[in-house]
Design a protein around this ligand. Structure first.
Ligand code: TRP
Length: 332
C-alpha cells in the first residue's frame, strides 16, 4: 500500500537549537520510517523579509548539514531546497487567484511582521501562506508536522486546497497537522522565561553547533537559587525547566536522583548543572561534529541536494500537469 504523504518546511535562518531538535527534527526522523516524506529548506520564504542573500548559501548548506547530522536520512525522506522545484512557484501563481487580500491581511504572522517591519510590507509577505500551501499540496500531502504557531497557516492551506477543488475539480487532499499523539516537546529556555528560540536571549538557548565549553558555560549560568528550605517544597518554574531539560538528555536514574535530592531539600544546584552540562556535551558533540563534517563535504551535499530536487520534481511535475489540465490550460 502506498504510504501517506507528509511535507514539512525548514526555514534557513539562524542555527538549529535544542528546541528545533526535540520539537521538529526528532519527529522527522521518526516519520521518515512510516511515511512518504518530503522535507525542504524554505529559501524562497526567507526572501519575504529581505535578508542579506550573500548569507543564504551558508545558511542553506548549514541547515541541510545539521538536519542530516541530527538524523534526517536523505535516502529515506526526500530532502530538497524549495527553489530547486520551480513547479512550486507555478502552483503558487494559480493559488494566488484563489486567495483574497482580506483573509491574507488578517493572518497573525503577517500582522506581526507588519508591526516589526512597517517599511517592508511586500506582496510576498502578504502571500506567504499561499506559497506555504503550494509547498504542501504540490506533493498532494495529507499531513504537515508543525507546531501551534503554524495552525492558522495550515487552516488557510485547507481553504485554498478546497477552493481549487471546488473550482476546477478534486485534486488536492486537505492537509492536516501531524503529531504522534503526544504533546509536542517544548524545550524551556535556560533563563526561566519561555522556550528556547532563535531570537531571544542567546545564552538561554543551546545550539547544535555550540562547542563543549560554550555548552558548559550556558548551563552553569542557568538561573537557580539557594535551594528548597524544607522537604517537599514546591519547585519554582526555572528549576522545573532544568529538570525538563535533564529529562531529555540525561539517564533516567540521574534525573531521579536529583529529583529525590530536591524533594529532600538536599539538592546542590551546582552539582546538578555540572551533571546536566556533561550530559548535554555528550548529547550535542556527535551531532555537531557530524554536521561540520557534512558541511565541509560539498561534493556529498551537492549529491544529496541534486537527488532530493530530482525526486521532488518528479512528484511536482505530475501534480502541475494535472492542475493545468483541470484548470483548462491546454489549447491544442
Ligand atoms: N512557515 C513555516 C515556518 O515558519 C515554514 C514552512 C514553509 C513550512 N513552508 C512550509 C512548514 C510547508 C510546513 C509546510 O516554520
Amino acid at each position: 500500500m502506498a504510504k501517506e504523504i507528509v511535507v514539512s518546511g525548514i526555514r534557513p535562518t539562524g542555527f538549529l537549537h535544542l528546541g528545533n531538535y526535540f520539537g521538529a527534527i526528532r519527529n522527522y526522523v521518526r516519520m521518515q520510517e512510516d511515511y512518504d516524506c518530503y522535507f525542504f529548506v524554505a529559501d524562497w520564504h526567507s526572501l519575504t523579509t529581505h535578508p542579506d542573500t550573500k548569507l543564504l548559501r551558508e545558511h542553506v548548506l548549514r541547515v541541510v548539514s545539521e538536519n542530516i547530522a541530527a538524523g534526517l536520512d536523505p535516502d529515506k525522506a526526500c530532502f530538497y531546497v524549495q527553489s530547486a522545484v520551480p513547479e512550486i512557484a507555478e502552483l503558487y501563481l494559480y493559488l494566488n487567484m484563489l486567495a483574497y487580500k482580506g483573509e491574507l491581511e488578517k493572518t497573525a504572522t503577517f500582522k506581526d511582521k507588519v508591526r516589526l517591519n512597517p517599511e517592508n510590507v511586500n506582496a510576498g509577505l502578504l502571500t506567504y501562506p499561499v506559497l506555504q500551501t503550494a509547498d504542501i499540496i504540490i506533493h498532494r500531502a495529507k499531513y504537515v508536522p508543525v507546531g501551534k504557531d503554524q495552525e492558522q497557516h495550515l487552516e488557510m492551506s485547507r481553504n485554498f486546497a478546497q477552493r481549487f477543488n471546488h473550482r476546477y475539480g478534486e485534486l488536492f487532499p486537505e492537509p492536516g497537522a501531524f503529531n504522534y499523539g503526544e504533546a509536542l516537546v517544548k524545550v524551556p529556555s535556560l533563563d526561566g522565561a519561555g522556550k528556547m528560540s532563535k531570537s531571544e536571549n542567546q545564552y538561554a538557548t543551546i545550539y547544535l553547533s555550540d562547542d563543549d565549553d560554550l555548552i558548559r558555560k550556558k548551563l552553569m549560568k542557568a538561573k537557580t537559587d539557594a535551594g528548597p528550605e524544607t522537604p517537599g517544597s514546591e519547585m519554582p518554574d526555572y528549576i522545573s525547566n532544568l529538570f525538563q531539560i535533564m529529562a531529555l538528555v540525561s539517564e533516567a536514574s540521574t534525573l531521579e536522583q536529583f529529583r529525590a535530592d530536591f524533594d529532600a531539600a538536599n539538592i546542590r544546584y551546582g552539582d546538578m548543572k555540572k551533571q546536566l552540562a556533561e550530559d548535554m556535551v555528550q548529547f550535542i558533540r556527535p551531532i555537531r561534529e557530524k554536521a561540520l563534517a557534512i558541511r565541509k563535504d560539498e561534493a556529498y551535499l551537492k549529491k544529496i541536494m541534486d537527488k532530493g530536487a530530482e525526486r521532488a520534481r518528479e512528484s511536482a511535475v505530475k501534480t502541475i500537469a494535472m492542475a493545468r489540465e483541470m484548470i483548462g490550460l491546454h489549447y491544442l
